[in-house]
Design a protein around this ligand. Structure first.
Ligand SMILES: [Zn+2]
Length: 430
């Protein structure tokens, strides 16, 4: 299509979106009405059927990917027109929402409520609002008689709030694109993210000793070599604190305050009964790392450091700790991984998003780092240039009375539509 037609389409699509605020809110409201908190999870299929119906209504090819009983991913695909040469674009959003305690809400969390330019409800920001805005952008194209010039894929995934591998299931199914946008609440700023991995450090004694022999294991001449696993874990805890401090002064990454590479001793489990010496102690840690790090390297550093600390202790030397990293679910496996996302300042996708944002907001956005983690990391790890960019503020996510400005929702849809035109090109719908 020539430049003049392209510009006319852009104008018509933007005007359509500005005129259909109520339509977008109705879509967001329909999604918020499905209670999909995770944990407990296993409750999203009914919402995903609504998404699948919306995809079909917009002419998408719909793929249904069961992940857990009651939790399935839905992927909508709009293949490029024959002969079209535009680049492909993928949107990825999670349909599950954070846990919710009903008390303290001024309006029911699963009923969208509008007050003074904002809408309230669980997931309006994180992230049913952003997901709906992306789909609504395609709806605007279709309503205006346009279609993307390259393939568009929209993934509605499960389990993100519990570290479950909904997005990984989409990657394993083979969905890829030249650019991925994750509409998490980033205040309409393009963001990368650091990574997170959880892990268990376990000390296990081969002997189970009665409390009555403790004196023989700790006093001169006792003659019994044994250890209390809880006390031995104190050595490793201290060593982890040392490593955390060392990272804080040796590692940096633009967009993060120094010391963001934390090792949090989150949960400790040990011992069996006061009548016994603790023969087992397990420590659950949460590790944050920078966008230029891979979890394999970071966990390798921790293991090496703790092995050295263990080697300096006569009992731990012979009974070193064991490690279990990550997991596919905080619910089913008590473990999770979120890979990091680096932003390449020269990447064409970032430039295209910047132009789309500037077209709506009048100035280019400032790219930065998102202080939380999301499934964007999995897409980046699969080799897809990935950017977090969505409406709403992270500070609102997971809160009581979660809310988002209606203008931000509409603006997100406008930028997404513009990005589709920028990145994939536009074709006249058949
Ligand atoms: Zn989220």
């Amino acid at each position: 299509m020539d430049n003049e037609t392209h510009a006319r389409f852009l104008d018509a699509i933007d005007r359509w979106l500005l005129a259909h605020r109520a339509g977008l809110l109705a879509r967001v409201g329909a999604l918020v009405a499905f209670p999909t908190p995770s944990p407990p999870g296993r409750n999203t299929d009914i919402a995903q059927r609504a998404i699948a119906a919306w995809f079909a209504e917009l002419g998408g090819e719909v793929a249904w990917l069961p992940v857990y009983p009651g939790d399935s991913d839905v992927v909508g695909r709009w293949p490029a027109a024959t002969g079209a040469t535009g680049r492909s674009l993928l949107f990825n959003g999670h349909i599950d929402v954070a846990e919710v305690a009903e008390e303290g809400w001024e309006s029911p969390p699963f009923a969208l409520t509008e007050r003074e330019g904002r809408v309230y409800g669980r997931g309006v920001g994180d992230m049913k609002g952003g997901l709906a805005a992306a789909i609504f952008a395609l709806e605007a194209l279709r309503a205006c008689g346009a279609r993307p010039g390259g393939e568009v894929i929209i993934e509605s995934v499960i389990g993100e709030e519990s570290g479950e591998w909904g997005t990984v299931a989409c990657i394993e199914r083979g969905f890829r694109a030249d650019l991925a946008i994750v509409p998490e609440p980033s205040g309409l700023r393009p963001c990368g993210q650091g990574g997170v991995i959880t892990g268990w450090v376990t000390i296990q004694s081969p002997q189970t000793l009665h409390d009555g022999v403790r004196a023989r294991t700790i006093h001169a001449g006792g003659g019994l070599v044994g250890a209390n696993a809880i006390e031995k874990m104190m050595r490793l805890l201290a060593a982890l604190n040392d490593l955390e401090r060392h990272w804080a002064v040796t590692k940096t990454y633009p967009g993060f305050a120094p010391g963001a590479t934390t090792i949090n001793p989150a949960v400790i489990e040990g011992g069996r009964h006061p009548a016994f010496m603790a023969d087992r102690c397990a420590l659950w840690i949460t590790v944050h790392f920078y966008p230029d790090e891979r979890w394999e390297d970071v966990t390798g550093e921790i293991e090496e450091h703790l092995r050295r600390a263990a080697a300096a202790d006569p009992w731990l030397r012979d009974h070193p700790p064991t490690f279990a990293w990550g997991g596919r679910s905080m619910i089913a496996e008590r473990g999770e991984i979120f890979p990091a996302v680096a932003l390449d300042p020269d990447a064409p996708g970032l430039a295209a998003l910047g132009r789309a944002h500037a077209a709506i907001h009048g100035e280019a956005p400032v790219a930065t780092m998102w202080p939380s983690v999301s499934d964007a990391g999995w897409l980046a790890r699969a080799g897809i240039p990935t950017i977090i960019y969505g409406p709403g503020e992270l500070a609102e996510a997971h809160t009581t009375n979660e809310s988002i400005a209606v203008d931000d929702l509409v603006d997100a849809a406008r930028v997404y539509a513009r990005l589709i035109a920028e990145w994939c090109g536009l074709e006249v719908a058949p």
